[in-house]
Write a protein that binds this ligand. Sequence first.
Ligand code: FES
Length: 169
Amino acid sequence: MANRPLQLTLNGQTVGPVDIPDDLPMIDYLHEYKNLTGSRLGCGQGICHACVVIVDNPDGTSEEVRTCITGAHYFEGKKVRTIEGHATRDEQGKVTELNPIQQRFVDEFAFQCSYCAPGFVNAATVLVEKLQRHPIVKSQLEKSSRIASAITSADAPDTCATTAPRAMC
Ligand code: FES
């Protein structure tokens, strides 16, 4: 198995280049090379979304990518956010404040057992960012899941589907 160098931006920090195997899945890179274990390995088949990270595109859009079925080298040169990059931390690295979406999950008890929550928070973040770019009427947003209920607000105006941050509504 050949190795190739990988360099990317992880949670705002440039990392690498480091030689890693050609076929290393991104989730293994995050866990074994960066000790970022918040992205969870669930199904390993691209179905459950527990392993989702966020890729920030040069055009200002963001997208969710499943790291169990995507090789680490796909992320070469990309800007990636993992669950570890969401909260505000102090100088010792201790979390001092959750971001609005994380807090919303807590408030709405959307974590349940929490195993898949990192991927769902990332997926919800991408959805909220998309809604911020292209707002839709709140009633059009699917509200049948805990994720949707976590990011929709019971007291937000119908003209705005996003709640994180609520100030934009
Ligand atoms: S672990 Fe289930 S989609 Fe990646």
